[in-house]
Write a protein that binds this ligand. Structure first.
Ligand code: COA
Length: 198
């Protein structure tokens, strides 16, 4: 028997923000920036990110195949480059929506709270898309990812050589919609007014 699935009440979760850079939604026309970020990950990081090694061609094919209607990429920008990203996807068209989140932060930008900030933002966004349950997968030895999820109160269970974490999300409400709107506005303001170079 695994642990009970936690319910994430994201408006109650404080919205931390890394001092450097800015986080905002990535638009489909900017997909090359997302691909460049993933291609900068080394072999070990790609293994951790995708639970299997992807070569450069496979990474590019993954980005080209993204469904931008059934998913969102949120990106952490520093000096115009994407240095970290979360890909949120869900089964659009279904009555009960479930989702998945994949997270990556380039090595030199780690341990500053960027991964945690992206995951918090991701949880709010999927909730606002009426996703009721979201799943995170990682390799059992991926302590960093397990700690990131623990920051949001998520617990892991290990089965079949994979660590899984699931969260049940509330329906969206005014607070969660406001939270997403404010976070996106903040990201755009930071880039527009030079508070962060994006
Ligand atoms: C997992 C990952 C996204 C974390 O990003 P990050 O920006 O460093 O995350 P944060 O700074 O918010 O938090 C990292 C936490 O992991 C801890 N951590 C990092 N490396 C660690 C290690 N090797 N051993 C133990 N803890 C570690 C940090 O101390 C921190 O925890 P704390 O705040 O409780 O001290 C990043 O390491 C990464 O991209 N890894 C490769 C891809 C991957 O594993 N993706 C996840 C699967 S989808």
């Amino acid at each position: 028997m695994g642990h009970p699935t936690p319910t994430v009440t994201d408006p109650a979760v404080p919205r931390a923000f890394p001092a450097e850079g800015s986080i905002r939604r990535l638009w489909p026309v900017e997909r090359a920036l997302f691909a460049a970020h993933l291609l900068r990950l080394d072999a070990e990081d790609r293994l951790l990110r995708f639970q299997g090694y992807l070569n450069d061609e496979a990474v590019s094919a993954y980005v080209d195949s993204l469904d931008w209607f059934g998913g969102v990429v949120i990106a952490y920008f520093v000096d115009g480059e994407v240095r970290a990203a979360a890909h949120l996807s869900w089964n659009r068209g279904q009555l009960v929506r479930t989702g998945e989140i994949g997270l990556s932060v380039e090595a030199e930008f780690r341990r500053r709270g960027v991964g945690t900030a992206l995951l918090r933002r991701a949880m709010t966004i999927v909730r606002n898309r009426f996703v009721s349950d979201v799943e995170l997968l990682c390799m059992p030895e991926n302590t960093a990812m397990r700690r990131v999820a623990a920051h949001l109160g998520l617990k892991w269970k290990v089965a079949s050589g994979q660590a899984e974490s699931a969260a049940h999300l509330h329906w969206p409400d005014q607070l969660s919609l406001f939270d997403e709107m404010m976070a996106e506005t903040e990201g755009l303001m930071r880039s527009s007014f030079g508070l962060a170079k994006t």
